[in-house]
Every structure is written in C-alpha cells, then in structure tokens.
Design a protein around this ligand. Structure first.
Ligand SMILES: [Zn+2]
Length: 487
C-alpha cells in the first residue's frame, strides 16, 4: 500500500552523487545493476511450491479476529452479480478447503449485513449461523483432517466497508466501497475481503481464485489474474471471468465494477498487461499507465523475472494505491506522485505478493522493500535526491517510532503508518552499505526469486539472510525492527 499525494522522495535539480563511484560504506540511493546477469545471484536451492493453493495457516498475532488457522482454503470460485441501480450484490462463493484438523464446523470471516440464502458442504445443506464476527457452517458430518471439502455459500446484500485499523487520510475504510453512481471498488489491507465474500481473511492462507462477475451492459467487472472475453449473460448483462493461476492472499484480491474502458499493453517477455480506466480519467491517467512496461523492465533488472503471468492496473475513485496481485488498484491521480506510486505497487509484486508476510507483524517485509525500490527508481529516473531523502527519513523515523512503535512491533491501531516504511527501508540501505552493491542486489533478487509463492516472516528472513551471505547480519535487522529509537 502507498499513500498518494505525499512526496516522500525529495525532488532535486541534480542528483548530487551522479558519476561518483560510492565506497561500500556510503552507497548511493539509486541505480546499481546495469547488467543483472552479472550479479552474483544463485539458483534456488529447492523447486518452487506447487500452485495448488495449499498453505500452512497461522493465527494472526496483530489482528487475531481475522483468519481461521483451522482451515486452509485452496480455491475460491466467486460468482458475483452486481446491480448498480439497486446497489445489490448477489453472490455464490464456492470454497475448496482443507481441514487442518478434525472439525465440527467451518468458521469464516463474513460481514453480518448479508443474507445467507443457502449453504452446503459437499452438496449437503449445512446450517449457517453467526458467532462473533464469523459465519459458521455446521456440516452434516464432521470434517476429516486433510480431506478437502467444498463449501458453498449463496448470499445477497448491500456492501459496506469496514473500519480501517489505523489513521491514514488516504484509507478511510477497508473492504468494498460503493460509489454514488453505483460503481464499486475494493482495497482491503490488512483485512476487508470479508465485506464481500466469506473467507479466511489472513495472509498466511493464500488460495487460487476464479471470478465470474455479471454486470449490466456498458459496465465491466475487473479482478485478479487473466481476463476472458466477456460473454452475454442474458437480460442485458455481461459476465466477466478472471482466472488467477498463482495463489493470492485475501488482502491482495481486488474487485472493481465501473464503466471501464479496457486498454491492452505488453510488458517484458510478452507479458500481457491491461489497464481499466473510466473514459473521463483516460487522458489524465494513460501517460502514467503506459510507463508500466518500462517500470517492470527496470524492476526485472534488479529483482529478476516478474513473478506472475499477467499484469494490469485498474483506476478507482479512491485516494490510495494498492498492490493487488496482478492488477494494481490505483486512485485516479496524475502529476508527479503518480509514477512513483505505480513503481511502488509494482515492486510489491516481488515483495508482498510473490513473497507474502505470514502475519501482519511483518508488514515491514512488504513496505521496507517497496519503499527502498521506489527511492531507487526516483533517484535513477525522476531526478530525486537520494541523500536528502535518506536524511529526511532518518529524521522522521525517531518520531514515528515514538508515535506508532518500532516497525517490527507497531501499535495494532496504527496499521501501515510510516514507521513500517521508512525504518525498514533505512535498514536495507545499511545492509547495502555492509554488503556492497553486487552482493546486496544479488540478495534482493534471490530473496524474492527463491521464495516465490510462499509466506515468510522475520525469523525466516534473518535465518536465510545470515546463511545466504555467510555473515551475521540479523542483528542489523533486529535493531531496526525493535529499537524504540532510530539505530
Ligand atoms: Zn506499499
């Protein structure tokens, strides 16, 4: 996630250090790999995980009310119909889920405002009730550990978003927002998918997705993955189908319905890219959107291959940007902030989307890396002053730690405050100084590429970092994440 309308990278007429080869202890903020193939990267020691949606869910230490570690959802099939005039969402959610232990009931995060019309487990009616914030299905027979079942929940209701557990002006709420003209869009970090479909709303449980979104003619439904051509659904409606071949955490799922225009582009290696823009936004947004292939190429030169089979951006009437997997959800902004924000969200596709934090304790694994890449791009391509920005971040960091807690143990009511962006980015800059550019960029590349489609945390990162570099670097990580004052 990235706030809009806040310039974090100081602009400058000249990049002060351009042309000066920096000693290892004082790295520049930008650039480095001109030839990524010359980096001392290594092959992944183990094969990538099977793309079957299987994960090892855990309870979230920061937001324990969300997610259910007793189940592992393998796949969601969401068949949704949106009636813009009535503001009515009618849905059928089919969850293929693996009981992690023997279970008598299935508890799912789902907003209480919806009417459940029918619920089944393996084709047999399953009474649905509420307990706490959860929808609870009671299957006719107890569920056997590791034997997947199919749960179907049919529902309808008028969506409304939920409170955001923080105080960011650009994120007034999480989940599904319906606009005055009947459009809808979603941003749902750290949770909020539950405002429009029943789910286990916690990042350790990634799953595969198929969407079928039925909307009136003239409207489009946009979600994650690869789009199929819309088909006639009768009654003056069309159905948009999307298939996500790689597992997604619920906070990285997106759905937007609006009168979009679709524009196609091509990224590196022939990567299919689509932009979804309301005609009124097109002239303003397209100059930024059309830079996506070049940004992906710049990122690939540092981080290795883009980890998914499609990319895209959907423009929504919000004030923030979100790295929703394969389809960035972006507020309708233009001007100098727009390109750095898109770069930040695309960088998250390596750091956050492909390598996902197991719990919200480690949101720094997302924001530290994306913020550092954003700084580098701004220095390299947009005339940003890296030294001034890093000094500015250090100055801010002290107050942010006091106000919101250290980045590795932030206040739960201050989710995604700037403390989890700036300190962890400064930590990466210190690691760069210690390792030198070739080893640092090989490390960035291999952390992402060796862990694609997995969930990670601080312990797994520091263990890997020390083993990978052959040095004891975990104290650097720990001090930046835990110290009440700026290291
Ligand atoms: Zn971010």
């Amino acid at each position: 996630m990235r706030r809009l309308r806040t310039v974090v990278v100081a602009a400058a007429v000249a990049v002060t250090l351009a042309g000066c080869p920096a000693p290892p202890s004082r790295p520049r903020a930008g650039s480095a790999p001109v030839d990524p193939t010359a980096l001392p990267t290594r092959p992944a020691p183990s094969p990538p995980p099977a793309l079957d949606g299987r994960s090892t869910p855990v309870a979230d230490p920061v937001y324990p009310d969300y997610g259910n570690p007793a189940i592992d959802v393998l796949r969601y099939q969401l068949d949704l119909t949106w009636d813009p005039a009535a503001r009515m969402l009618t849905g059928s959610a089919t969850l293929t889920l693996r009981p992690v232990r023997p279970l008598a009931e299935i508890a799912l995060d789902f907003a209480a405002g919806y009417t459940v019309d029918r619920a089944t487990v393996d084709g047999t009616a399953a009474p649905a009730g509420r307990a706490g914030g959860d929808l609870v299905l009671r299957p006719a027979r107890p569920l056997v550990m590791d034997q997947p079942v199919t749960a179907v929940v049919a529902y309808h209701g008028r969506p409304s978003p939920a409170a955001f557990p923080g105080n960011r002006a650009d994120v007034p709420a999480v989940g599904m927002t319906v606009t005055n003209d009947g459009a809808l869009w979603t941003m749902q970090e750290p949770y909020g998918a539950f405002t429009w479909y029943p789910c286990s709303d916690q990042p350790s449980d990634e799953a595969l997705y198929d969407f079928a979104v039925t909307v009136p003619a003239g409207w489009s439904g946009v979600a994650n993955g690869a789009p199929a051509p819309p088909v006639d659904a009768g009654g003056g409606r069309r159905t948009f189908r999307w298939h996500a071949a790689e597992p997604i955490a619920t906070y990285l799922v997106t759905l937007s319905v609006d009168r979009f225009e679709r524009l196609d582009d091509v990224g590196p290696h022939g990567l299919p890219v689509t932009y979804w823009v309301r005609p009124a936004d097109a002239d303003r947004m397209l100059p930024t959107l059309r830079q996506t292939p070049a940004m992906l190429t710049w990122l690939e030169a540092r981080l290795g291959r883009y980890p998914f089979s499609t990319a895209g951006i959907v423009i929504v009437p919000g004030d923030s940007g979100m790295e929703t997997q394969t389809m960035v959800t972006l507020g309708a902004i233009s001007g100098p902030d727009a390109v750095p924000v898109v770069l930040h969200e695309l960088a998250h596709h390596w750091f956050g989307d492909a390598v996902t934090p197991r719990t919200w304790r480690d949101v720094w694994l997302n924001e530290g890396f994306a913020t550092y890449l954003q700084l580098m791009y701004t220095v390299d391509r947009l005339g940003g002053n890296g030294e001034a920005t890093l000094r500015n971040w250090r100055t801010q960091d002290a107050g942010l730690r006091r106000q919101y807690g250290p980045p590795g143990n932030y206040r739960p009511d201050a989710f995604a405050a700037r403390n989890v962006y700036l300190g962890p980015a400064l930590m990466l800059h210190e690691l760069r100084g210690v390792l030198g550019d070739p080893a640092f960029f090989a490390m960035l590349h291999d952390w992402a590429q060796h862990h694609v489609n997995t969930q990670q945390d601080r312990e797994s990162f520091t263990t890997w970092l020390d083993a990978y570099t052959g040095r004891k670097l975990s104290p650097i990580v720990d001090k930046w994440l835990d110290s009440p004052t700026t290291p």
